[in-house]
Design a protein around this ligand. Structure first.
Ligand code: PEP
Length: 254
């Protein structure tokens, strides 16, 4: 059974593509997905690529996002980027709390929550990443970890603001490793996330919330993952840099 929600397929380019490379790449990508209106297509690009990619994608089916946002409006935060800056550069979405940011840049559940609030207040849709690492799965505490991350990310987010929240379930052991969660494993955790949302906001909001799977999603496994009841799209790293593969994933989300 497919999901009842409109799917969102989001590419995460990570730290790849200079602005000139991005310009060429996004033109090729757009050509491959332009006829698809059945799902939302997003490319989350390095901040420096946002203006050119947003310009190239203006008026097309492809929307643009950032990969991180700071929680302050502005100020002495060298190297960070504010929500207003993202919006001004053409972003509509932003990834928050990706496991690479949690692992390498000290992102915590608390800062994920602050960044989520800042993104929403600026009008962005926040793609909030949660997911257990391998040792946590092996210890049997996946549900506990993911429920906790989800609850803390959503602290003080109002029911109305939930329209601007996407949760991406990304088991850390599946990111960039070629190891995908089985469709059943992924659906089970996405369902758990939906139950956490239902407990806080009620069933209608839980039913309306987009919950993506991410972790080595590719042209071969996307259809099976996206067919699961609780999986409403994908956050895609490696395969989002291969236009043919990304187009197959977009196609699978119809
Ligand atoms: C990601 O970066 O969010 C991701 C899921 O990467 P990959 O698809 O390469 O595993």
């Amino acid at each position: 059974m497919g999901s009842k929600r409109r799917m969102v397929i989001a590419g995460n380019w990570k730290m790849n593509m200079t602005p000139s490379e991005a310009k060429n790449f996004v033109g090729t990508l757009y050509e491959k997905v332009k006829n698809n209106r059945a799902c939302d297509i997003v490319v989350c690009v390095p901040a420096i690529d946002l203006p050119i990619v947003a310009k190239m994608c203006a008026g097309t089916a492809v929307k643009v996002g950032g990969q991180n946002v700071h929680f302050a409006k502005s100020g002495a935060y060298t190297g960070e980027i504010s929500a207003d800056m993202l919006v001004d550069a053409g972003a509509k979405y932003v990834i928050i709390g990706h496991s690479e940011r949690r692992q390498y840049f000290g992102e915590t559940d608390e800062t994920v929550n602050l960044r989520t609030k800042a993104a929403i207040e600026a009008g962005l849709t926040a793609i909030v990443c949660v997911g257990e690492c391998l040792s946590e799965r092996e210890q049997g505490i996946t549900e506990e970890v993911v429920a906790r991350q989800t609850k803390l990310a959503l602290l003080d987010i109002t029911p109305e603001q939930m329209k601007q929240v996407i949760i991406a379930y990304e088991p850390v052991w599946a990111i960039g490793t070629g190891k995908t969660a089985t469709a059943e494993q992924a659906d089970e955790v996405c369902k758990l996330i939906r139950n956490v949302i239902a407990a806080k906001y009620g069933k209608p909001i839980a039913r309306a919330t987009v919950i993506q799977y991410g972790g080595s999603m590719n042209a071969k496994n996307a259809a099976e993952l996206l067919a699961m009841d609780n999986i409403d799209g994908g956050l895609i790293g490696g395969a989002s840099l291969k236009p043919d593969d990304f187009a197959v994933i977009v196609e699978a989300a119809q």
